[in-house]
Design a binder for this molecule. Structure first.
Ligand SMILES: *[C@@H]1O[C@H](CO)[C@@H](O)[C@H](O)[C@H]1NC(C)=O
Length: 608
């Protein structure tokens, strides 16, 4: 899977469109939409209610100036039809129907600019009007912050008057009776996205399946570092990859190969440990490589099970693939997560490599097709919001590849605007880096660009085994990448101060001839045992084994038991890959146990 897209050096920055406003990212801020119109709180019309759909006013086409708000309506609820008329008095806004911004967002997020309460002047829908609340309007739609969005029909124009109006402070919010959403008895509570480092002060879940696999390898290991490290590694926590639909189910819980089984097992401990899941089953997954190609496809599947990645009419918007992903993967996972919410602490890492592929690999038609880009953007937004709503206490990190992939400033900027555009930042604790890769942790530099152009060659932070500094990439090690990544995010997304978890499962050492070689690197050793004691605690929450050490990155052309591998990726026969030499064993398919590799990772491990 992880491809070190050692993309070209400096690609000219796309000149930012001049705007008086930053691009919208958080609630309650004055910002610009994608087309650079000024909005207040443009994103997430129906946040945090993913089961709602965002609609224009029914009469918007008739008179966009008058009916310019947008509204949230419960999806697929035909009985709750459009009322005959709808709020048109935009001089007053609903403040209290919004989640309080201070709990919604991180502790560092700006508090809400209070908006005026909305007064719904008339409505034909009165069924849920509670008695005796004369000031309480009967509403069919849930007014949200997006009420203040400008009408789509007037794109391209500026609306200084509307913005002024929006910015007036609340004068009557206190006396206003809050209209309850008649269809959601208990709207999901706002997500405490930055509620704290989920790993601090907690035990981490060690999967018995991993322990058994690694002890079986230890039985046949060479005495010395290889064997003793394997024994030590058998008690180390690692994440579990939910890479197939059947693994997310709640009720298939008799083994620790499913989310339900793992959570059930963790819940039996006197103090349930933190369980880390990799959420990894997007339609058209792994679009720029082959080894981990999707289980779920936008279009047709090849006979071997890989996606065709065709951008034909049928798969153009990936409707079929997204329906399969949401209905058969994310929704059942949300049920499982909800069942154990509050009982077992959970960390969810969302879709490794996917958005990074949209930053650097759009010229690969398998990544750049409308089907794949739609699948990734829509799928990830749905996954993050649905899982956050299912369990606000679960901590969500989105994947950010690694410094050798996104570390160039222009790549980081593109990645930050991708995240910004999705509107998921408020639900995230932060990002994971180096997932399933081999980039070194390194030493944090005193300042950004400290080593560029050959500066400070003798400083320990400038050690750069991948030679990235010579390509104008200041993120030559993951600690320096974590700093640059969080800075890029904070400058693109107001109030967002994400934290990072770095995968140290296989980066103790990694003597590769080219750091673009990501598949089963020869000579690699496992890295630091998971800990929250990191070298940059202000940005790095933890080192964690996210890729399960010992699980193959991808197969050699010939499988260990003979036969041809259907998911063979040419990168898995790179000169750095185990199996590319005749005296080495063949590698099994991605995710399968690779005894030779785990022994090598143990023999070369640098665990402390
Ligand atoms: C239940 O889990 C097992 C592995 O523990 C798996 O092989 C099987 O396919 C799963 N069944 C269903 C119905 O998901």
């Amino acid at each position: 899977m992880s491809r070190a897209a050692a993309a070209a050096a400096a690609v000219a920055l796309v000149a930012a469109v001049a705007s008086a406003y930053p691009v919208c990212t958080a609630r309650n801020e004055r910002c610009a939409g994608a087309d650079n119109r000024p909005f207040v709180k443009y994103v997430g019309c129906c946040d945090p209610w993913p089961q709602y759909e965002c609609l224009s006013h029914p009469k918007a086409a008739e008179d966009p100036e008058k009916y310019w708000g947008r509204f949230c309506r419960r999806a697929n609820d035909a009985s709750k039809e459009t009322p005959s008329d709808q709020a048109t008095d935009t001089s007053v806004y609903e403040a209290a129907s919004l989640p309080p911004a201070t709990t919604y967002a991180s502790v560092t997020r700006k508090p809400a600019t209070v908006t005026k309460p909305v007064q719904v002047t008339e409505s034909s829908y009165e069924a849920t009007e509670p008695e005796g609340t004369t000031t309480k309007p009967a509403v069919v739609y849930v007014p949200t912050e997006a009420l203040m969005m400008m009408p789509a029909t007037t794109a391209g124009q500026a609306y200084p008057d509307k913005v002024e109006e929006i910015e007036e402070p609340a004068t009557t919010a206190a006396e206003t009776v809050v209209p309850e959403d008649p269809y959601v008895p208990e709207p999901p509570s706002p997500v405490p996205a930055n509620g704290g480092n989920p790993y601090v002060g907690r035990e981490l879940y060690v999967n018995p399946t991993f322990t058994n696999d690694i002890l079986a390898s230890a039985d046949t290991a060479t005495a010395g570092a290889e064997k003793s490290n394997l024994e030590r590694m058998s008690t180390v926590a690692s994440a579990y990859w939910l890479d197939l639909k059947w693994k997310v189910s709640l009720n298939n819980d008799s083994t620790t190969d499913t989310a339900g089984g793992i959570l059930k097992d963790a819940a039996t401990r006197p103090t349930p440990p933190v369980v880390t899941f990799m959420v990894y089953d997007l339609p058209n997954r792994d679009c720029h490589a082959k080894a981990s190609n999707g289980e779920v496809c936008c279009g047709a599947k090849k006979p071997e099970g890989n996606c065709e990645y065709l951008d034909d009419a049928a798969s153009g918007t990936c409707d079929k693939g997204l329906a399969e992903y949401t209905n058969e993967y994310i929704d059942p996972l949300a049920v499982t997560v909800k069942e154990y919410c509050g009982k077992v602490p959970m960390v969810l890492v969302v879709e490794p490599d996917s958005l990074p592929n949209l930053v650097t690999n759009l010229d690969d038609p398998k990544c750049g097709s409308t089907a794949t880009t739609t699948a990734y953007r829509t799928g990830i937004t749905y996954a993050v919001k649905t899982l956050a709503a299912a369990c606000p206490e679960a901590t969500i990190y989105l994947d950010a590849a690694h410094g050798g992939w996104l570390g160039w400033p222009d790549n980081l900027q593109k990645f930050a605007s991708e995240i910004s555009g999705l509107g998921v930042a408020p639900f995230l604790r932060g990002f994971t880096t180096n997932v399933a890769n081999y980039q070194p942790l390194g030493v944090k530099c005193p300042s950004s660009g400290f080593c560029l152009n050959g500066a400070n060659p003798d400083h320990e932070c400038c050690q750069d085994p991948c030679g990235l500094g010579a390509e104008f990439n200041p993120c030559h090690s993951e600690l320096n990448y974590a700093v640059a990544l969080t800075e890029a995010m904070s400058s693109a997304i107001s109030g967002f101060e994400p934290k990072v978890v770095i995968d140290t499962g296989r980066n103790g050492q990694s003597p590769r001839s080219s750091c673009a070689n990501w598949c089963n690197a020869r000579g690699a050793g496992s890295g630091k045992i998971p800990t929250t004691d990191t070298a940059a605690p202000e940005v790095v929450d933890a080192y964690m084994w996210l890729k399960t050490p010992g699980e193959s990155d991808g197969c050699t052309n010939e499988l260990p038991g003979g036969g041809t591998c259907p998911r063979f990726d040419a990168d898995c026969k790179s000169e750095d890959s185990i199996g590319s030499r005749s005296d080495e064993p063949r590698a099994p398919e991605a995710g399968l146990w690779f005894d030779y590799q785990i022994k090598m990772l143990a023999a070369n491990a640098v665990l402390d």
